[in-house]
Design a protein around this ligand. Structure first.
Ligand SMILES: Nc1ncnc2c1ncn2[C@@H]1O[C@H](COP(=O)(O)OP(=O)(O)O)[C@@H](O)[C@H]1O
Ligand SMILES: [Mg+2]
Length: 511
């Protein structure tokens, strides 16, 4: 008998329905056609054991399976359950006229239990779009799929549950999840809050500006100054995620098989890869392409702790995606794109030994060591970092201060207001949404200075020996400072503040 069942393949962050035809005939053999990879070809062993251990069997006949569309590569073991149901139906072990009404996915263990799959969210979105009645998938992934309204999703632990359901037995119910309610419930409870940080008012101010204009930022300071602590709190002062952003980010995490318990993410991601990370793990790719850290950080923050420790080549591959806000991975037969719009926060010690210009430092570095260390971060990547700030440890009295500092939600309100002004300003531009994204022409248009401000900037550039690249960055950042004050024009005191945030451009650093 010939039976049709449906699975799904994920490319980038989108799914494509895969039609699987199973035909059982006289003879022997297990033939799979339609570009399956080796994991799918090995499915017969897992399916045979899983069925046998649950009172069913792989028929001793000629089983032919065709996976369509034929030109799409099908990968991984998530088709085990689809194939198992198809085989059972084609051999009359499942009697049901509903098998082709569902998308069915899951990897089988030999005892018939299910292992999680990747991409449950995009698969569910596609299944709804194409009018399927429901989606069967491993229980571990059900919350991810349940984000989608208008599709019955069934999380199951064992192959028997889907067999029973299709034959009208058992009491399996779809998982219902009120996406909106869950989403808004905890939106105002960030995991890490700025109120935990004692003192450091000027650094917090700086991070507020970075958040308000979407400016990439680098924190420079000795070990223990609180750089990591501060960076971790940046997502909490960015404007709250919209439902649309949350879906985009959750989709990427779903494709990577890394959605957390709660399903839909409502906090901006904070990713902090170790400096030994490989190119592929950072930007994505691999023989079965997977999103990298820069995409896992989409709509959130990517924190590169100890920036000069990263391999230069790794920083190099990140440049294009940082600019384009997406990363494209090309293979002979296909090209996929992962979104990668994130804010970059970097940290560094002022020298390889951790200290700079500090006579009491436990370790000191030779000028040669210093230069080698700093040269790793100079150039194109540093060019994309608008704000440099030095972080010094807070004194002990401040640390033991009982007074509660301002909360992230309060800071976030100011950031959000400043962002709203920018959204209006750039409404007519397709690729610019906040100040950090302005190109040189737009900077000239939106950051016009009066004569005194211009003079101030000129003098500062000469006196502090600021590099030419600092010029545009200062203008952009001063635009954001003005926006935080809801000031139409960039004024002298905005410029004066922005000038302070260029530590690495001064003499003695990168020159
Ligand atoms: N301003 C601060 N307020 C409260 N705790 C702080 C502050 N600065 C540092 N700490 C404490 O010191 C620890 C080390 O800070 P950390 O962020 O790891 O420093 P760094 O990344 O600069 O080496 C933090 O986990 C925190 O407990
Ligand atoms: Mg640290």
């Amino acid at each position: 008998m010939l039976i049709k069942v449906f699975g799904s393949a994920v490319f980038g962050v989108e799914a494509t329905t895969i039609t699987i035809e199973v035909n059982i005939d006289k003879g022997v053999g297990y033939h799979l056609v339609g570009l399956p990879d080796s994991a799918i070809k090995e499915s017969s062993y897992r399916i045979a054991a899983a069925l046998k251990n649950n009172g069913y069997q792989l028929p001793g006949k000629k089983i032919t399976i065709n996976m369509a569309p034929a030109d799409l590569r099908k990968e991984g073991s998530a088709y085990d359950l689809t194939l198992a149901v198809g085989i059972l139906a084609a051999s009359g072990q499942i009697v049901s006229d509903e098998v082709d009404k569902y998308v069915i996915m899951g990897e089988l263990s030999l005892d018939g239990s299910l292992q999680p799959i990747k991409g449950a969210l995009p698969i569910a979105i596609k299944a709804r779009e194409e009018g399927f009645k429901g989606f069967f998938l491993p229980k571990q992934n059900v919350k991810e799929a349940a984000i989608v309204d208008g599709l019955d999703v069934y999380g199951i632990e064992n192959v028997l549950e889907v067999i029973d359901f299709l034959e009208g037995r058992g009491d399996l119910k779809p998982t219902v999840f009120d996406t909106r309610e869950e989403f808004y419930k905890t939106l105002d409870f960030p995991e890490f809050d700025f109120s935990d940080v004692k003192g450091q008012e000027s650094i917090k101010r700086c991070m507020e500006i970075a958040a308000a204009g979407g400016h990439n930022i680098i924190l420079i300071g000795p070990p223990g100054a609180g750089k990591t602590m501060l960076a971790k709190r940046l997502p909490s002062i960015l404007p709250p995620m919209t439902l649309k952003e949350a879906l985009e980010t959750t989709k990427i995490h779903s494709v990577a098989g890394k959605v957390k318990e709660g399903g839909l993410m409502n906090q901006r991601p904070f990713r902090s890869p170790h400096h030994t990370i490989s190119n592929v793990a950072l930007v994505g790719g691999g023989s079965y392409p997977q999103p990298g850290e820069i995409s896992m950080a989409h709509n959130g923050v990517l924190f590169l702790d100890e920036l000069p420790e990263f391999k230069r080549e790794v920083l190099e591959v990140m440049r294009q995606p940082l600019e384009d806000r997406e990363v494209t991975i090309s293979r002979a037969k296909f090209t996929i794109t992962y979104p990668s719009s994130f804010m970059l926060v970097a940290s560094m010690n002022p020298s390889p030994g951790g200290y700079f210009n500090d006579p009491d430092a436990p370790v000191s570095s030779s000028p040669h060591e210093m230069q080698r260390y700093l040269s790793k971060i100079s150039g194109p990547l540093l060019d994309r970092i608008d704000i440099h700030i030095e972080v010094t440890p807070v004194p002990f009295e401040k640390l033991s201060d009982k007074q509660k500092a301002e909360s992230s939600i309060e800071i976030r309100q100011r950031v959000t207001k400043a962002r709203e002004l920018q959204t209006m300003r750039f409404a007519h531009l397709e690729n610019v949404h906040y100040n950090a994204q302005m190109n040189t022409k737009q900077i000239r248009e939106y950051c016009e200075l009066d004569e005194t401000s211009l003079q101030l900037l000129k003098t500062a550039m000469e006196r502090l020996n600021l590099s030419a690249r600092a010029y545009d960055r200062i203008l952009k950042v001063s635009r954001t400072i003005a926006d935080l004050e809801a000031s139409e024009n960039v004024q002298q005191h905005h410029i004066a503040e922005a000038i302070q945030y260029r530590s690495l451009d001064r003499d003695g650093w990168l020159g």
